[in-house]
Design a protein around this ligand. Structure first.
Ligand SMILES: O=C(O)c1ccccc1N[C@@H]1O[C@H](COP(=O)(O)O)[C@@H](O)[C@H]1O
Length: 217
């Protein structure tokens, strides 16, 4: 992926598992689609399944692979089945994110769980920071929980690195979220589903439409 293909601003739909959802993202012009390589997620896909989905079209959205506490071998094995443009990582620190980007020559988006304003990063070695709510201790996964961040925590936060807002975003609230936080890019998963792991094409269309209008501001 070139710098131009990893734009500062855009809309990501995460957790694609089936052709109809993937095709809706292509049709409605998502900037990125995400594949979840985390087995404890209802959106888990194998690398081979992601490869088949991705092959449904040439070009289109950037392909983002989501990994939780990955070792480099797992990423390398995945890349044998599906060409990813971005690696989205959870449970690693800034130095590890940097090492992964160097090893694979791909942009790395680093998830930073936020519960208080003190959790907002001031620097990063990653190519982008994903600002998400800190999940409750009882959660079985670090994201994809339809949990909304307290957007007021981000008031006046203007980092000099790329970032993206995620967590509980829906077609109904995404414009307000962008307006309140100034997010240049947004990501959703649960908010455009008809059931866990199954995307709703009309919700995807509405999310992208509403997010784009707000990003244009
Ligand atoms: O979607 C998942 O199942 C998932 C699993 C493990 C880590 C992250 C996951 N999803 C990411 O979480 C955020 C917010 O999701 P939601 O909109 O609140 O459902 C998003 O970045 C997904 O990419």
């Amino acid at each position: 992926m070139t710098a131009a293909a990893d734009p500062v601003s855009g809309v990501k739909i995460c957790g694609l598992t089936e052709p109809a959802g993937f095709d809706a993202c292509v049709e409605h012009g998502a900037d990125w689609v995400g594949f979840v390589f985390f087995q404890r997620s209802p959106r888990f896909v194998t690398p081979a399944q992601a490869g088949l989905l991705s092959a449904r079209t040439k070009g289109g959205p950037g392909r983002v692979g989501l990994f939780v506490q990955p070792d480099e071998q797992a990423i390398a094995d995945t890349l044998r089945h599906v060409a990813l443009d971005v690696l989205q990582v959870y449970g690693v620190d800034d130095q590890q994110a940097h090492a992964i980007a160097q090893r694979f020559g791909l942009p790395v988006w680093l998830s930073r769980p936020v519960a208080t304003r003190a959790d907002l990063p001031v620097t990063t070695l990653a190519q982008r920071v994903l600002v998400e709510p800190r999940p409750p201790a009882s959660a079985t996964r670090p994201g994809g929980n339809a949990q909304q961040l307290d957007w007021a925590l981000l008031a006046g936060w203007q980092p000099d690195f790329r970032w993206m807002l995620a967590g509980g975003l829906t077609p109904q609230n995404v414009a307000t979220a962008i307006g309140q936080t100034g997010a240049p890019a947004v990501d959703t998963s649960s908010g455009v589903e008809s059931a866990p792991g199954i995307k709703d094409g009309s919700a995807i269309a509405a999310f992208i439409r509403n997010a784009r209008a707000a990003l244009r501001g």
